[in-house]
Ligand binder design. Structure first.
Ligand code: 5GP
Length: 196
């Protein structure tokens, strides 16, 4: 494993657990935090911008990048492809930056052997049972029955990652402010370590 200067914060948790809100919060609090923008073949949702939430790619463009070995990892999820671009993470870590990456299970499993333990913090966001997560997700965007079944299967897999987390953040509906504060504390701790 290659020696690295920076630090990677991996944010994981089931769909609808509120990872996006926590990301936005720390982005506002820590302008120096780097956010790895992933590539995806899924359709852009209202309010999203290409190059901000994701690089929105056609399937051909995505497959070309796979062929060129541009992804650190990629995974198919709910019928769409998602991939972490090498340039977005490794180059930043080499420069000594703190990088935040929101990622699902397969991505986490592929990244762990590449980034040394001392250079990463795994944060798991917990937010209630499947039923409440499902209802919140459906309120956010329409999802077909078929995709919902896939997401439920994925939920059952995602919750198995919890014991591997360095930090667990509770993000129930009434605990959002606490959760934001905890996430900010994690990032602050990392910055104090990296800057020593
Ligand atoms: P969404 O379509 O709701 O934005 O994201 C669906 C899932 O894809 C989320 O659980 C998100 O964490 C995951 N995801 C986002 N970017 C990547 C990536 O680069 N690689 C992998 N493996 N998963 C990703």
């Amino acid at each position: 494993m290659k020696e690295m200067k920076g630090h990677l914060i991996l944010l994981m948790g089931p769909m609808g657990s509120g990872k996006g809100t926590l990301v936005k919060h720390v982005q506002e609090q820590f302008p120096e935090l780097q956010f790895a923008v992933s590539g995806t073949t899924r359709n852009m949702r209202p309010g999203e911008t290409d190059g901000v939430e994701y690089y929105f790619l056609t399937t051909d463009e995505f497959d070309e990048k796979v062929k060129n070995n541009d992804f650190l990892e990629w995974a198919e999820f709910s019928g769409n492809k998602y991939g972490t671009l090498k340039s977005e993470i490794l180059e930043q870590l080499d420069k000594g930056k703190v990088v935040l990456n929101e990622i699902e299970l397969q991505g986490v499993q592929q990244l762990l052997p590449i980034v040394p333990e001392a250079n990463r913090t795994l944060v798991y966001v917990e937010s209630g049972q499947w039923e409440s997560l499902r209802d919140r997700a459906l309120a956010r965007a329409p999802i077909s029955e078929e995709h919902l079944v896939l997401r439920h299967e994925r939920y059952l897999e995602e919750i198995q990652m919890k014991p591997y987390a360095d930090v667990i953040i509770q993000n129930e509906n009434n605990k959002q402010e606490d959760a934001k504060q905890q996430m900010a504390n994690v990032v602050q701790d990392v910055f104090s370590k990296v800057n020593i």
